[in-house]
Write a protein that binds this ligand. Structure first.
Ligand SMILES: [Zn+2]
Length: 225
C-alpha cells in the first residue's frame, strides 16, 4: 500500500529527461541499453571534467555553437575547429573534417584493444556509437573497464581541443593531447594504487587485465599507444 502510494507520488513529481532520447532515436536503443551506458558515466577513475562531459553528452546538453546561438550566447553556429559546418553534438565528436587523423589513430588503437577478443558480439560494435556512448557489454578477452576509460579520455580531449581553439590557442595536436592525458591518468593510478596503497589487484583488474596497450614490466608501465 505504502509502496504504491510512493509510486503514485513519484509519478506526479518526476518526468523522464528528454535529452537521452536522442541516442534512443539515432541508434535505436532500448531503455535498458541506455541504463547500461549510464553505468560508465560515473566511474571513480575519471576526472570530474570527464564525468561532466559524459553526463552532458548523454543528456545531449553539450554547449555547442548551435546550442549557444539558439540562446543568444554565440554569433555563429559554425564549428570553431574546421569553420566549415554547423557545430552540433554529432559534428563535434564524429563529423568534423579535422577529426579525420584522430579517428584513424583511435580506430587503430581500438583494433589493438580488441585484438584478443573472443566474442561474437564484436560484430555488434559500431565505431561511431562506441566513441560517443562506450561499450555496453562484457566481451571475453577485452577489458571493457579500460576501454570505456580510453573512450572517455578521447571524448574529453576532442572537446578540450575545441575549447582551446575557441579560446585563441593555435596548433593543438589532438592525438598528442590524448596520448599525454591517457598516460598521465593511468600512471597516476598506478602509483596511487600499486605503490602507495597496496591495491595492485584493483589496478590489474581496471587497467592491465586483457590489455595489449598497457603492460607492467619490472615495476614500470609500458604503453603501446
Ligand atoms: Zn568542424
Amino acid at each position: 500500500m505504502l509502496k504504491s502510494l510512493y509510486q503514485c507520488v513519484l509519478e506526479d513529481i518526476t518526468e523522464e529527461p528528454i535529452g537521452p532520447t536522442i541516442w534512443k532515436k539515432i541508434y535505436a536503443l532500448e531503455e535498458a541499453e541506455l541504463c547500461k551506458i549510464w553505468k560508465h558515466v560515473y566511474v571513480f577513475w575519471k576526472s570530474s571534467k570527464m564525468i561532466e562531459l559524459d553526463y552532458k553528452i548523454m543528456h545531449n546538453c553539450v554547449f555547442t555553437n548551435v546550442k549557444l546561438k539558439k540562446i543568444g550566447l554565440s554569433d555563429s553556429e559554425l564549428c570553431v575547429v574546421c569553420h566549415k559546418e554547423n557545430e552540433d553534438i554529432m559534428h563535434v565528436f564524429i563529423n568534423c573534417d579535422e577529426l579525420e587523423d584522430f579517428h584513424d589513430y583511435l580506430s587503430a588503437l581500438l583494433c589493438k584493444i580488441f585484438e584478443n577478443c573472443d566474442s561474437d558480439k564484436i560484430n555488434l560494435v559500431q565505431s561511431e556509437m562506441l566513441l560517443l556512448n562506450g561499450l555496453r557489454w562484457k566481451m571475453k578477452g577485452v577489458n571493457d573497464l579500460f576501454l570505456n576509460f580510453v573512450l572517455s579520455v578521447a571524448r574529453f580531449c576532442i572537446f578540450r581541443r575545441r575549447n582551446l581553439l575557441k579560446n585563441g590557442h593555435k596548433n593543438v595536436h589532438l592525438t598528442k593531447l590524448f596520448q599525454y592525458t591517457l598516460k598521465h591518468y593511468v600512471t597516476y593510478f598506478y602509483v596511487y594504487l600499486c605503490k602507495q596503497n597496496n591495491k595492485s589487484n584493483v589496478f590489474e583488474k581496471n587497467f592491465l587485465k586483457d590489455n595489449p596497450i598497457v603492460q607492467e614490466t619490472d615495476d614500470v608501465l609500458v604503453f603501446d599507444l
